[in-house]
Design a protein around this ligand. Structure first.
Ligand code: FES
Length: 102
C-alpha cells in the first residue's frame, strides 16, 4: 500500500514555483500554488518533458519543451480535458511536504 514519503522542505519551494523530485522510483513534480502544495507526474504526456522544470502560472504548469499546459490540481490538459497526467496526494507536516505515490 502506498504511503506518504517526505519529498521536500516546504520552505524550499516558494509560491509560484515548481520542482522535480523522485519519490521512490517515481519522477514527481511538486507545485506551490499560493501556499498550497500539489503533486503530479513529472512526465508530460506529449513527449515526456519534465513538468517540474516548467512555468507555473496560477494552477497551470506549462511544459518547458513544447508548452502544453496542465492543471496541477486535476492533472487535466488545459486545452484537452481528455488528456490527463497522474496526480498525487500531498500533505504538509512539520514544515515538510509529503507525497503519496499510488
Ligand atoms: S513534451 Fe511537454 S509539451 Fe511536448
Amino acid at each position: 500500500m502506498a504511503e506518504f514519503v517526505r519529498a521536500i522542505a516546504a520552505s524550499d519551494l516558494a509560491p509560484g514555483q515548481c520542482v522535480e523530485v523522485k519519490v521512490g522510483a517515481t519522477p514527481v513534480a511538486i507545485y506551490n500554488v499560493d501556499g498550497t502544495f500539489y503533486a503530479t507526474s513529472n512526465v508530460c504526456l506529449h513527449r515526456g518533458g519534465p513538468l517540474g522544470q516548467g512555468l507555473l502560472e496560477g494552477h497551470a504548469v506549462m511544459c518547458p519543451w513544447h508548452a502544453w499546459s496542465w492543471d496541477v490540481k486535476t492533472g487535466e490538459n488545459v486545452a484537452n480535458g481528455d488528456l490527463k497526467i497522474p496526480t498525487y496526494e500531498v500533505k504538509v507536516e512539520g514544515g515538510e511536504v509529503f507525497v503519496k505515490v499510488a
